[in-house]
Design a protein. Structure first.
Length: 169
């Protein structure tokens, strides 16, 4: 399998799902008469990221993974989103960036070395980077963001997390 297939379409789909969660969060806030921006600062635990930061981290994981695995530059986002609309714009911007990638960009990248500052000078092969860091980290932040909304009464269910499934015909 080309690493493109395990990344770009999945990242775009899941980031789109988060946009749907934002719609549900706004609907919940309107129904219960509270400011939806309150949810952006909500955390599951005091030492965990807020909802906004979880979404930013999911976006960053997706864009940096694509960039590192293909040797391209990723756009910079300063993590300054304070409103639901700003967070939605962040999601859309990252999705547009991901849409610039093509399957050909990932050909032969399985052995490309990928590293981060936190790796202490170590690197991983792109395939291992994807399997052992990128996908678990991406879904960790997705799950944390989803859980924050669920905990606060937003009507997101399992299908809101999974999105449309590619059933065989």
């Amino acid at each position: 399998m080309n690493l493109y297939d395990a990344t770009i379409p999945i990242f775009i789909k899941m980031l789109t799902n988060i946009e749907g969660w934002l719609d549900k969060a706004e609907a919940c806030a309107a129904q219960k008469k509270f400011d939806p921006e309150v949810l952006l600062g909500t955390r599951l635990a005091p030492d965990m990221y807020s909802f906004a930061k979880q979404v930013q981290a999911a976006c960053d994981t997706a864009k940096f993974a694509a960039a590192k695995m293909t040797g391209k530059d990723a756009p910079v986002h300063p993590d300054t989103e304070k409103t639901v609309d700003e967070l939605r714009t962040r999601l859309q911007t990252v999705k547009k960036y991901l849409e610039t990638f093509r399957r050909e960009d990932f050909v032969g990248c399985e052995d490309r070395r990928c590293s981060h500052q936190w790796m202490g000078g170590n690197a991983m092969r792109a395939g291992d980077y994807l399997d052992h860091f990128v996908l678990p980290n991406f879904y960790f932040h997705m799950t944390a963001a989803y859980s924050i909304l669920r905990q606060n009464g937003v009507d997101v269910g399992k299908m809101a997390f999974l999105g449309n499934l590619p059933f065989a015909s």
